[in-house]
Every structure is written in C-alpha cells, then in structure tokens.
Design a protein around this ligand. Structure first.
Ligand code: C2O
Ligand code: CU
Ligand code: CU
Length: 482
C-alpha cells in the first residue's frame, strides 16, 4: 500500500501529513500494508451443516475440536461442542434458562448472551472470567419477545480471536404470539451463521490482525455458513424462513438474491418487525441479525440461485468492493404448500419521552501506542472505570457520532433493546430491517445515529463497537444502571 492509499484508508488525508511522517512510518513498520484478501469463488457443493438444537436447561462447554474447513483435511478449531460453533439454544418466552457452562480451553473465557436482556451478573461482562476447568451456572429468565439472538465470549482483548476460532452459537426465543403467525418452521426454518475466515494452506483458521487490520477489520477470503465452506441447501419450491446472523468480526454483507429477486424481512435483532418489509438488499454488519423469508415457489427446478453479497460502498474502503456468493439453493419442485404471508407481525409501540440525550463520539486516533486507537468519547476501555451512569427505568436517547471518514462502527448496547430514532449524514435514512427492536446498529462513516431505549436491568454493562478488532482495541465503555 502506498502512502496516499494508506492515508486514504486512515481517513486522515492531509491532517496526517501535518502530524508528521514519523507516526506513518511507525505504523507501516508495524505490519500495515496489504490489501484485504479477495473472497475466493468456487463450486458450492458442500451440504450446509445445521447446528444441533438444545433447550435452555442443558450443559455447554467451550472446548477444542476438529473440523474440515478448507482443502487440507481436519484442523483444530474451538466450539461449544465437538466442532466449530455451538448448538442452537431454543427457549420459550418466560422460560428460565439454566445452563451449566464449563471452560475446557487452556485460557479464560466467558459467555455473553447477545440480544438477551438479563441481569448484569449473567451478561458476560469482560470482568467475568471463567478460568480453565472452571464451571459457571448461567441462570436467568427470558422475558423478551421471540427473536434470533446469539452467544459468544466477551473478554477484553480476546473476543475477536475466540469468536474467529469458533466460539459462537445461536439463541432463539419462541413465543405463542409468534406461533400464531404460522411462519415456516421445522425443516423450513434454517439458521445461517455467516462468517469470513482466513485459512492457512492446511485449512486452519488464522487470526493475527496487523495494525492496519485493526482499523480496516480482519477480513477473510473464505466465507463459511454454519461452518460450511461453499455450502448448498436443497429447498422445496415454497416459502422458507432464514435466521441470519453476521458472526464475522468485521465484514459487512449486502445480502441479495443472485436473480435480483425480492425477499421479505420479518425480524431484526430484537425480534419480529411490525410488518414484513419487501427488499432486494439488506446490509448486515457484525453482530446484527436478520430474519427473512424467501419464496422459492416460482423458481424453476434446477436453477442456480444464490444468497450473495452484492458490492456496496460508503462503509470504508476495505468493505464492499467485491460481489460474491454465500450459499447456493438447489430448488426442487414440490406440491405448493399453502403459505399466506401475514400482513402484520408483532405490534411495535414507539418509545418516547427520553429524559436526556447522551453523546458518544466515535474516533480513531493514531497515537504513539500500537493499541487503543479506537476510542469512544476520547477514552479506551478500562474495566474498572464507570463511564456513564443511568437511572433505572429511565428512557434515554444515545447518539453515536462516527467522525471517521473510513471506518464503519456497528454499535452495540448490552442490557437493553433500542429503537432507531434518526440517522443523519451518510445514508440519511432508517433502513427496513431497522424498523423494530434492535441491539446493534451500523453507524457508517460520517453518520450520526440516535437510538432510544429504556433501562430495565440494574448493574454494570458495556456499550461497544461490534467490529471485534475495534472492540478488542478498546472501543468499549462501561455504563452502570443505578
Ligand atoms: Cu455480541 Cu458485547 O457483544
Ligand atoms: Cu451483546
Ligand atoms: Cu468500530
């Protein structure tokens, strides 16, 4: 990467030149350089793996295992089971979860239940470390609406590595209200955990972000779905429900169907939307979920149809410069199953009456240090420092202001669900899958996004960027609900 490209990627332009060349040289010395690898194409002929399902009163362990990811045969990975990733945990609304977790790794870990609004002591704050061979009993009530959540480790400085090596799984909440909608279920409801990985020649997962990749994100050349490289799924000519999780550390996907057809967004991070939204594209950043319906009933048998990533721009120069396929659907003609798309889903009451607006300024500063470049309100994460205090049962607007010219920040708040009030600058709009409850919102370069939420859980939680390289670099603050 030459100097001007480097500056462009930093989003600093002439400011950096004024700051002097010494800091540039030091960054370049520390492994800056090299473009993000291109995603490799190929034949999609591996059957999609679907994680097993367990209920909310099971045992779970983080452990090493074996999996075949590339062409080199079995490699060692991490997971909450025998291979990569973990089982899908499925619970009913109002059920009590009781999961006995054991750390069988050789380093500390913990679990954060991303999307679940639960007591702080169960939320997997980076303070909460479960040492090797230790167990912890996660017990909490599920008091929220039906939706697609997930779980993963949440340690300061280690989250990116542990997630990339395989520690992640889906957590689905079901409810009677949802059941009444008769959405596709059973074999017609499929989880899709999309992750990019960088594989070495032996097929093993590498994770060693350079300083430049801490900024751009550590992007991989191999796209896995549920841990399957180049997957396909046999589908019948009918409606399917896909619960999609972007479980990548940094890569943003602009999901589309390869025939340019429409699909329906029915849910987001915090559950079902008030009504289905018809879209052709859906931009999903790390940590976000989208619940979609695809109608295969008019697709001709034998046709190659893919869920793909379509090129996009405006999310930083490292993101979106390539279109690629993610999963192939092999459509088989079947009896037309009667499915009527509901016109409304779960009603949404708009939150209002915020008592204050809290600013969160998102910056990237190249200091002397090789870490701590990503800051919120000028601060780098410190586990013991309480950055914001909030009153229990108060409603507030939080404003995320992305001042960078070249980095997108998917901002995530623990312990709450929020609604998006406004987005100014950048895209200047609230997109269809954001019209419901969320916990993670993409704040593109130069965007300002306001979210509103009510704090119903006491204790210490975090707010952070879900680009895991940024998070591990310190782009996270503590807030305490009193
Ligand atoms: Cu998915 Cu704080 O994380
Ligand atoms: Cu979370
Ligand atoms: Cu970020």
């Amino acid at each position: 990467m030459n100097r001007s490209e480097f500056l462009k990627r930093m989003g600093l332009g002439t400011v950096a030149i004024a700051a002097g060349p010494s800091l540039l040289t030091s960054c370049m010395d520390h492994g800056m350089g090299g473009e993000a690898p291109n995603v490799v194409d190929g034949v999609f002929n591996n059957p999609l793996k679907v994680p097993e399902t367990i209920n909310g009163t099971s045992a779970l362990s983080a452990q090493g295992g074996m999996e075949t990811l590339g062409n080199g045969g079995e490699v060692s990975v991490l997971g909450y089971g025998v291979g990569l990733l973990g089982p899908t945990i499925r619970v009913q609304k109002d059920q009590n979860v009781n999961l006995n977790f054991t750390n069988k790794l050789s380093e500390h870990t913990n679990i954060h239940w991303h999307g679940l609004v639960i007591p702080a002591a169960m939320d997997g704050h980076p303070d909460h470390m479960i040492m090797p061979n230790e167990s912890f009993n996660f017990q909490f009530p599920v008091i929220q609406q039906a939706g697609t959540n997930w779980y993963h480790p949440h340690l300061h400085g280690l989250t990116g590595k542990q997630v990339t090596k395989g520690l992640a799984g889906m957590f689905i909440v079901e409810s009677e209200e949802e059941k009444a909608l008769n959405l596709p279920s059973g074999a017609y409801e499929v989880p899709l955990i999309i992750q990019d990985k960088r594989l070495n020649s032996g097929g093993g997962i590498t994770y060693n972000p350079t300083m430049g990749e801490v900024m751009t994100g550590f992007l991989g050349e191999t796209i896995l779905v549920n841990g399957t490289n180049k997957p396909f799924l046999e589908v019948e000519s009918r409606f399917y429900r896909f619960r999609i999780l972007n479980g990548s550390t940094a890569r943003i996907y602009n999901l589309a169907l390869s025939d340019g057809g429409d699909f329906y967004v029915i849910g987001s991070d915090g559950g079902l939307l008030p009504k289905p939204e018809i879209v052709k594209n859906l931009l999903l950043s790390s940590g976000e979920r989208a619940d979609i319906l695809i109608d295969f009933s008019n697709v001709k048998e034998g046709k190659m149809l893919y869920l793909m990533n379509e090129k996009f721009s405006g999310m930083g120069s490292a993101q979106g410069d390539q279109s690629f396929n993610i999963i192939r659907f092999n459509v088989r003609n079947s009896e037309n199953a009667e499915f009527i798309l509901p016109t409304s889903l779960i009603p949404l009451t708009n939150l209002s009456g915020a008592s204050k607006t809290r600013p969160f300024k998102l910056t990237m500063n190249m200091g002397q240090n090789m870490s701590g470049m990503h800051q919120i309100n000028g601060k780098v994460f410190e586990s013991d420092r309480i950055d914001e205090t909030v009153e229990l049962r108060s409603t507030e607007i939080w404003e995320f202001d992305n001042t960078s010219g070249d980095e997108a920040h998917p901002m995530h708040v623990h312990g709450v669900h929020f609604q998006i009030v406004a987005r100014t600058g950048g895209r200047n709009t609230i997109v269809p899958h954001e019209r419901g409850w969320k916990d993670t919102v993409l704040v593109a370069p130069r965007e300002k996004v306001q979210v509103i939420m009510k704090f119903e859980q006491l204790g210490k939680f975090v707010v952070h960027c879900h680009n895991l390289e940024h998070e591990d670099d310190g782009m996270m603050l503590n807030f305490k609900v009193l």
